[in-house]
Design a protein around this ligand. Structure first.
Ligand code: HEC
Length: 146
């Protein structure tokens, strides 16, 4: 009799422990996701581009163009890189539309430029392909050969 009781209470404990585990698992899944730390591209954008092109890539009317939904940031990676690194003016960005002057960023590393431009191309509603380190290196070496 006594032995049987011991066994059944042991079983009860196991069931209770199982239930507690299941509850814990469910609870853990329900814990709201902690905000992701900003990506490298986002941090570099904040450091080098945000002051002019603004947090949402909206630019400043008449002074700095928006990067949201505009053709150069979302267009041919080589044209974009040549502009951002060396100031080679894209045909779709005629001079004289914006009062501001953009610095050239060829002093940044290939990896930093790839991270910033990939961030720009996938943020502010943009949905363009990433820019690879190889693409940056290739534009850099071609420009150096000129
Ligand atoms: C000091 C202000 C300033 C900073 C900093 C700056 N830009 Fe610009 N950017 C401009 C201005 C002004 C233009 C327009 C230039 C013109 O038409 O001559 C421009 C144009 C552009 C364009 C072309 C936009 C279009 O609509 O065709 C891209 C792309 C761009 N910037 C990306 C960047 C990125 C990426 C960074 C950071 C690495 C950056 N800019 C930092 C001022 C700035």
């Amino acid at each position: 009799m006594c032995e049987q009781r011991a066994v059944s209470s042991h079983r009860l404990w196991r069931v209770a422990a199982g239930l507690a585990c299941a509850l814990l698992l469910v609870a853990c899944h329900r814990v709201p996701q902690v905000a992701q730390p900003p990506s490298r591209g986002s941090r570099l954008y904040t450091a080098h581009c945000l002051s002019c092109h603004q947090a949402q890539g909206q630019g400043v009317s008449g002074i700095q163009p928006p990067l949201a939904g505009t053709p150069v940031p979302n267009g041919d990676p080589e044209v974009l890189l040549a502009w951002v690194m060396f100031g080679v003016r894209p045909t779709v960005l005629p001079a004289g539309h914006y009062a501001g002057v953009m610095p050239q960023f060829n002093y940044l590393s290939d990896a930093d430029l790839a991270a910033i431009l990939s961030y720009v191309r996938s943020s502010f509603g943009n949905q363009s392909s990433v820019i690879t380190v190889e693409q940056v290196a290739s534009v850099r070496s071609r420009q150096a050969a000129r």
